[in-house]
Design a protein around this ligand. Structure first.
Ligand code: C2E
Ligand code: MG
Ligand code: MG
Length: 241
């Protein structure tokens, strides 16, 4: 698991990390999570996989704290199919209790997919996760199936809207894309949630997003997903600044 830093525009402060899974296969080399997560979903392994990642992150936060390394909040991607499972919240609760990880240091990223079969359980689960003290983010907002009605239904449980990187890519050259970004940031204000721009790759994009009122940023302009050691160094460096 690697950790990609998230920064606050206003003061360039490190505000969080996103946990991103990496798989180096001995014969096939690097396999993108876009590929293996889909396979995990197809063969029904997504539930155990997502819980495994969640467990690893809880342990990492606790281990760091034992070494006096105080990480900011860490976001974990949870597949929609996992969020539909009835025992999801009970399992999360037990992982939290066993690890002793403070829930205010955890965030769950929810991505909508086409095949939501159990919408009622999903909504109940998101609300129950929020009640545990965990932050909720909507991932890849503005693409695929991320719907306004879901965001509206879940609004009282939401903390962060993550603007998909495809909407960020051309904001400097396309007036249309710039207006789209402005409206999504405005939607964040209406919902009273923080807005994070994904895939920020240039200083020009960074500056424009700040001007548009975006709260947080993540992307190659700042950092790629870091190893545990590199993330640890960054946390210590920020603390000493
Ligand atoms: P995501 O959650 O939207 O994660 C952001 C992706 O964008 C990551 O790709 C990240 O490395 C990449 N990225 C970050 N900054 C930039 C940038 O400036 N430019 C560009 N072009 N890309 C950038 P990655 O790690 O390949 O992950 C792809 C997707 O796989 C993730 O999209 C997420 O949906 C899924 N995923 C990754 N790890 C996990 C996991 O542990 N569990 C689950 N369920 N899904 C995961
Ligand atoms: Mg994500
Ligand atoms: Mg995303």
């Amino acid at each position: 698991i690697h950790y990609q830093p998230q920064y606050e525009f206003e003061n360039n402060k490190l505000v969080g990390f996103e946990a991103l899974s990496r798989w180096m296969h001995k014969d096939l080399g690097y396999i993108s999570p876009d590929v293996f997560i889909r396979i995990a979903e197809d063969i029904g392994l997504h539930f155990e996989f997502d819980l495994w990642v969640f467990t690893q992150v809880c342990h990492q936060i606790v281990q760091w704290r034992e070494e006096y390394v105080y990480s900011p909040r860490i976001a974990i991607n949870i597949s929609f199919k996992t969020l539909e499972m009835t025992d999801f919240v009970t399992r999360l609760q037990s992982i939290i209790e066993h690890s002793g990880c403070p829930t205010n240091l955890l965030e769950i990223e929810v991505t909508e997919t086409a095949s939501i079969s159990n919408m009622i359980t999903l909504i109940d689960n998101v609300r129950a996760v929020k009640k545990l003290g965990i932050n909720i983010a909507i991932d890849d907002f503005g693409t695929g199936y991320s719907s306004l009605s879901l965001v509206r239904t879940l609004r009282s449980s939401l903390d962060t809207l993550k603007i998909d990187r495809s909407l960020v890519a051309d904001i400097c050259s396309s007036p249309l894309d710039r207006e789209f970004a402005r409206k999504v940031i405005g939607l964040g204000e209406v919902l009273e949630v923080k807005v994070l721009a994904e895939g920020v790759e240039t200083l020009a994009q960074r500056d424009l997003l700040q001007e548009l009122g975006c709260d947080y940023a993540q992307g190659y302009y700042f950092d790629k997903a870091l190893t545990v050691k590199a993330a640890e160094k960054l946390i210590i460096k920020q603390r000493n600044e």
